[in-house]
Write a protein that binds this ligand. Structure first.
Ligand code: BGC
Length: 535
């Protein structure tokens, strides 16, 4: 079929009108807290490596990122997380700002190498435990639910060196030991646990494209000194799923009844739309969901990888024993979803594609943010994140339908502006675009909830500007701006908007709503006083 220049022009025009119309309609929507179910958690999120700093303080050992950041060329501008936002020393100030937002939950993660510097080979580091314990106590005192991620992209470097970390099944027992240490020390106060943040994204970036440590990849995906992009991601994710399942089962059997919390996992999600208006690309969009989101979630709900993955990977895709299947399918109380963007999907089974779509590991799908040079939504500071609010409604709908409407949390959603030359703080805090982003995505979330989705919380990524992995510090997702010289935190317009949005219906402070909360408060106050006296 021949496409004429006039047809291309018409297509371009149609896309522009469509994206403009969507933007207008999203701008028009005013979203209010009262449109969400009662008890809904509204929070902000961070992760340990991205904010803590204190790289080798108080017994912490080096982790995979500490080492990676110091390899020249790994991170933009040579940035590292050595100091990050210095949250390790400023956590009390940070809890004040969290409180001032009026959120009823705060999502953060635990640094493995701070709590267990040598993994199973060494002792628990009491100073590491004390640090997180104080965070939890101080949050609870302010009526803020600690929502804790056990693993967010970082582990002791020693595990990497000893047995290749996630590439080895030995990592499963290490992870279980770490998770259990967390349940033992914090589980009396933590009611929401997520075991692993985005196994799919971490696996992709660390073992397929090689952009995260340990930087494994092979052609055509990248040029790394070791790795196999076609197979290693499959083994790594397999180990991550089994680690999650084992840890969750220990929680179920030893802790849950006594501690009364819930446990889940977090999948990174994109929504996909067909690049061309043809059946092949509609199928490709479905396949992309299977090879990314369902890759993580199907085994945990149905006990095996998605059928499409079995079909295209053949024997390369690891198998679960019947015992493993059992433990996988008993491991979720809820699903956490990180969602930022939507991409176009093009079929690569029957159509010609460039090399990176033309592989089983990609589901034979080519993904792109552009159609005929027109982006699917406005661009942001991350190359594959485009503003497409309708994607939020669709991905929630997908998870709801596929997983029998299991309780869900949107554990991350956020916006970073495209980087500009010579940016000044005054301009960076005037982030009207971020407000527009959240309003539009929240409106889409309300639509999904009205449509019956059991969504129980929403966390803005992120509380404050922080170390944005390979992008370093100039990609800024924060509600608070952090000055890189002084580390002073300044609220952006978006922080003020969020606080206003949250006051819109008051209440929802968990400690006040939890039966027996005054008892919990008394215990925390006593503990904090003793700690002070000991210092
Ligand atoms: C990660 C965060 C990251 C964010 C923005 C998520 O995939 O969990 O650590 O900062 O995306 O890129």
């Amino acid at each position: 079929m021949k496409v004429t220049i006039t047809q291309i022009f018409l297509l371009l025009l149609l896309s522009l009108v469509h994206s403009f119309a969507e933007q207008r309609s999203n701008e028009g929507e005013e979203v209010e807290r009262s449109q969400f179910p009662s008890g809904f958690l509204f929070g902000a999120a961070t992760s340990s490596y991205q904010i803590e700093g204190a790289v080798l303080e108080d017994g912490k050992s080096p982790n995979n990122w500490d080492v990676f950041c110091h390899i020249p060329g790994s991170i933009k501008n040579g940035d590292t997380g050595d100091i990050a936002d210095d949250h390790y020393h400023r956590f009390l100030e940070d809890i004040e700002i969290i409180h001032s937002l009026g959120v009823n939950a705060y999502r953060f993660s635990i640094s493995w190498s701070r709590v267990l510097p040598r993994g199973r080979l060494g002792e628990v580091n009491p100073k590491g435990v004390l640090f997180y314990s104080k965070i939890i106590d101080n949050l609870l005192l302010k009526g803020i639910e600690p929502y804790v991620t056990i693993y967010h992209h970082n582990h002791p470097q020693e595990l990497e060196e000893r047995f290749g970390a996630w590439l080895s099944p030995l990592m499963q027992e290490e992870f279980v030991h770490f998770a259990e240490t967390c349940f033992e020390n914090f589980g009396d106060r933590v009611k929401y646990w997520t075991t692993i943040n985005e196994p799919n994204l971490f696996t992709e970036l660390a073992y397929l494209s090689g952009r995260y440590p340990p930087a494994h990849c092979s052609a055509p995906f990248g040029n790394c000194s070791s790795g196999n992009s076609d197979t290693e991601p499959l083994f790594v994710l397999h180990n991550m799923l089994l680690s999650h399942a084992k840890a969750a089962n220990i929680y179920r059997h030893k802790y849950q009844l006594k501690q009364g919390g819930f446990i889940g996992i977090i999948a990174n999600t994109f929504m996909y739309e067909p690049l061309r208006d043809i059946e092949l690309d509609r199928e490709a969009a479905k396949r992309a969901l299977a090879f990314y989101t369902a890759w993580v979630l199907d085994p945990l709900v149905f006990g095996d990888y998605p059928p499409e993955m079995r079909q295209y990977h053949g024997n390369e895709l690891p198998r679960f024993t019947s015992e493993e299947t059992k433990s996988l399918t008993q491991s979720l109380d809820f699903i956490g979803i990180n969602h930022y963007s939507t991409l176009y999907a093009k079929d690569c089974i029957h159509s010609t594609c460039s090399s990176d779509g033309d592989r089983a590991i990609q589901g034979f799908v080519y993904l792109t943010g552009e159609r005929h040079g027109v982006p699917i939504g406005e661009r942001t500071g991350i190359w594959r994140f485009f503003i497409v609010p309708r994607g939020m409604e669709k991905i929630i709908e997908y998870v709801k339908e596929r997983y029998n409407n299991m309780p869900m949390f949107v554990t991350e959603n956020g916006y970073s502006p495209p980087e500009q030359q010579d940016e000044q703080e005054e301009d960076l805090v005037q982030d009207a675009k971020q407000i527009e982003f959240h309003k539009a995505y929240l409106a889409a979330l309300v639509r999904a909830i009205r449509n019956g989705a059991d969504v129980r919380g929403y966390f803005i990524w992120s509380l404050m500007d922080s170390f944005e992995w390979v992008y370093g510090y100039n990609t800024r997702f924060g509600l608070y701006h952090v000055d890189r010289q002084t580390l002073r935190r300044t609220p952006k317009l978006s922080a003020r908007w969020y606080a206003k949005f949250l006051t819109n219906s008051g209440h929802n402070h968990v400690a006040d709503a939890t039966p027996g909360s005054s008892k919990i408060k008394d215990a925390i106050l006593t503990r904090l006083k003793t700690q002070k006296a000991e210092m």
